[in-house]
Design a protein around this ligand. Sequence first.
Ligand SMILES: [Zn+2]
Length: 271
Amino acid sequence: MPELPEVETIRRGIEPLVVNKVVDHVQIHNGSLRWPVPDVLVDVLPGQKARTVDRRSKYLLFYFEQGTLIVHLGMTGHLRLDASTSKRRKHDHVEIVFTDGTALRYNDSRRFGAILWTEKDPLQHVRLTDLGPEPLTSEFNAAYLYQLSRGRKIAVKPFLMDSHVVVGIGNIYASEALFRAGIAPVRPAGKVSKAAYERLAQSVTEILTEAIAAGGTTIRDFSNSEGRPGYFKQKLCVYGRAGQKCVSCEALVKQVKLGQRSTYYCPVCQR
Ligand SMILES: [Zn+2]
């Protein structure tokens, strides 16, 4: 499943390929995604120019002149820019054909992704309005985490992965950030000190920034390609390393289930 850094990498790859292009027509071959693809796209998008491609959490926001296309890649979704005359691939469910003869194709074998449309402020859309702050903005900081977590018994890892707290921190990034900050993932969020949250906010920022940079260096050509960025190429310190030696001490990495998610940590380095 693409995580926030991958979605940001995709945004950076796709934006220059679609901005200032004008839609010629839209074809919905299979509109049964997580939510139905609105049929109205076929009528409203033609003639509109793509202005920018933005991101909120793991949603890509394609701003057109009269509205915004909100795209979520779900588990297996990806976007590709092809020549519109090239053969459609299996699972290409939606295509936006531009007047220059290119087509943005949405492919999704498991169809857990989504394509939505709004003519209002997309940030106020029902899927986006309740989301917590972006992790790479100044809104996300130690004071915010500390204040929000007081009195909370939930463990700090699921707290960090709650999209009402902060968006886009998946299992891998939460595990790695907690390791780097030296915080045990099982610790109640309300018992984590201000100083520890300083380290955690810092670690999250660093890890996501590194992942985006790694994605940027491995980005492929989104034209006529798989449309997938290079996935998390960073070295993982704890995630997926149960029973192996910790990278900074002699202890073995432990694995526990926390909120039904596999959780990895060093029992010595993380307190
Ligand atoms: Zn250790």
